[in-house]
Design a protein around this ligand. Structure first.
Ligand code: ADP
Ligand code: ADP
Ligand code: MG
Length: 498
């Protein structure tokens, strides 16, 4: 058993740094912030007990410099590092280095980071564990002729993926075999320039799938639990923008099946700490392993809302070498939670970043509303980092209430000075295919265009009575939390309740 952690350095910025420090405060653990010159006024800096300036704004001169983080730990006497998400959170050499310095890394082992950080290595690791995989290959390929043969065997459409890819980058879809060679060439050179690793592989492109992922958590004594699923199918550029827990279409049996598959993925690399196993699911809810993210996920709050678990506290507990404080049978789903990511991006202009100053910034409040953010009114959104302003999370006794609250909270959120993704999120939340649960990762392509935000939804698109009162939902008084819903036929997805 390890030692009790006394001081945590949070090697990150903005909302996630604050999120982690809040749990530390509740646990009586001292906090150290690190920051770049662009973040001197950032709330995470003043919130911490101590703060260390790392250097100039670009992350490769500040948040990504391992030596500077180690130096900051030594200077402040921090005995552990929480990496948040992004930056160094999935970096095996960082975890290795901390170990060497005798500082606790709040995350999995360097071995697990290395395996799951590589999409191909992860596919090979889970092979022995009866986890459904997307048809495709588990070896890198560089020979174009050979690759084309394999593509024919797998069957079009094909997705070419960079093994080291992440953040929605390094993926190409090929529909027509005649385009294969040129796309393959581009994929290889992009992988090389973006990830400094030119290995790519081929996968069947699943058309109109749902992205469903499972939160897991393991301890160092081999206990691994699943904390149910999140549905994250509303994406732009293969990157999530709206997430919810639980998924509207999951049955109790499927939930158990996908939860246990996720635990098996974690077992394949002796995982401990918090992690997320991502799957894509087809129309019949057949699910296939996509990848594992070896860290706290951006959208973890929706899981916290429905389970009542503080995932950060649990991470810290595990990092101290203690057993998980829950057993699988302790965990259950209560109510429903939705997160919308508020990015400084213009939905009317291809979601291009719209950086600038938050001239007005008033957060929504009230029952069932949680805002995780890292800015105050008057602050600039720096151009150097991910342009996420905040995560707006709502909780309701059931999905309808969570949606109603989200629309109310979006209306209450007052931001001027920059464009944000909020109007787009409101468009989605009122759209029939979101309300009836049939939406897929193709939502944007199928239902959205820039001019749509200027027009109101048509009668067809808007679920009649959906917003005010959800008259088409039947409240099931026996289950308490969830409402049953008879969807008007729209795709093959069926809304279920747990
Ligand atoms: P999640 O699955 O939690 O939504 P993402 O995979 O979108 O997380 O990434 C989390 C964070 O890390 C985001 O801020 C994203 O921009 C960043 N990120 C992750 N991988 C990469 C990458 N390869 N290149 C650039 N940014 C990345
Ligand atoms: P990243 O590391 O960038 O998060 P993922 O492999 O998790 O990459 O994929 C990100 C998103 O891209 C998925 O959520 C899904 O929308 C889409 N995607 C990835 N692989 C496939 C596939 N084989 N078929 C269809 N969509 C896919
Ligand atoms: Mg992913």
């Amino acid at each position: 058993m390890g030692d009790k952690i006394k001081k945590i350095l949070v090697a990150n910025r903005g909302e996630i740094a604050l999120r982690v420090m809040r749990s530390c405060k509740e646990l009586g653990i001292q906090t150290v912030a690190v920051y770049s010159q662009a973040d001197i006024l950032s709330p995470h800096v003043s919130f911490a007990d101590e703060a260390v300036l790392l250097g100039p704004p670009p992350s490769n001169q500040s948040y990504l410099v391992i030596d500077k983080i180690i130096e900051a730990c030594k200077m402040t006497g921090a005995d552990a590092v929480h990496p948040g998400y992004g930056f160094l959170s999935e970096n095996a050499s960082f975890a290795e280095r901390l170990k060497k310095e005798g500082i606790i890394f709040i995350g999995p082992s360097p071995k697990a980071l290395a395996i799951m950080g590589d999409k191909l290595a992860s596919k090979q690791a889970v092979k022995k564990f009866d986890v459904p995989q997307i048809p495709g290959m588990d070896e890198p390929i560089s020979d174009i002729k050979e690759a084309k043969k394999i593509a024919n065997d797998i069957g079009y459409p094909i997705m070419i993926k960079a093994s080291a890819g992440g953040g929605g980058k390094g993926m190409r879809i090929v529909f027509d075999p005649n385009d294969f060679e040129s796309q393959m060439q581009r994929a290889v050179s992009e992988a090389k320039s973006s990830f400094d690793d030119d290995s790519v592989f081929l996968e069947k492109y699943i058309e109109s799938p749902k992205h469903i992922e499972v939160q897991i958590m393991g301890d160092m004594n081999g206990n691994i639990l699943y904390f149910f699923e999140r549905e994250c199918s509303i994406q732009r550029r293969n990157q999530k923008i709206i997430e919810e827990a639980p998924s509207a279409v999951m049955s109790a049996e499927k939930r158990k099946e996908i939860g246990e598959a996720a635990v098996n993925v974690a077992r394949s690399c002796d995982y401990f700490g918090a992690g997320t196993v991502e799957f894509i699911a087809d129309k019949d809810l057949n699910f296939y392993f996509l990848e594992m993210n070896t860290r706290l996920q951006v959208e973890h709050p929706v899981t916290e809302q429905i389970t009542g678990v503080d995932l950060v506290k649990e991470q810290i507990n595990v990092a101290e070498g203690k057993d998980l404080t829950y057993r699988q049978s302790d965990l259950s789903i209560r109510g429903h939670s939705i997160e919308v990511r508020v990015y400084a991006e213009d939905p009317e202009n291809n979601f291009l970043p719209d950086i600038g100053r938050l001239i007005t910034y008033k957060r929504p409040q009230g029952p069932g509303v949680r805002v995780d953010d890292g800015f105050e009114e008057g602050m600039e959104i720096p151009i150097f980092y991910d342009p996420m302003i905040s995560k707006l999370v709502t909780y309701g006794k059931n999905r309808e209430e969570a949606i109603e609250r989200m629309i109310r909270a979006i209306d209450e959120y007052h931001i001027t000075g920059i464009k944000t993704t909020l109007p787009f999120c409101k468009f989605v939340l009122r759209h029939k295919s979101f309300v009836d649960g049939s939406f897929t990762t193709k939502f944007l392509e199928e239902h959205f265009s820039a001019d749509r935000l200027k027009k109101s939804l048509t009668k067809e698109e808007e679920m009649i009575g959906a917003i005010a009162g959800f008259t088409s939902f039947n409240h099931d008084s026996t289950s308490g939390n969830h409402a049953t819903f008879r969807p008007k036929k729209s795709g093959n997805w069926k809304l279920r309740h747990s």
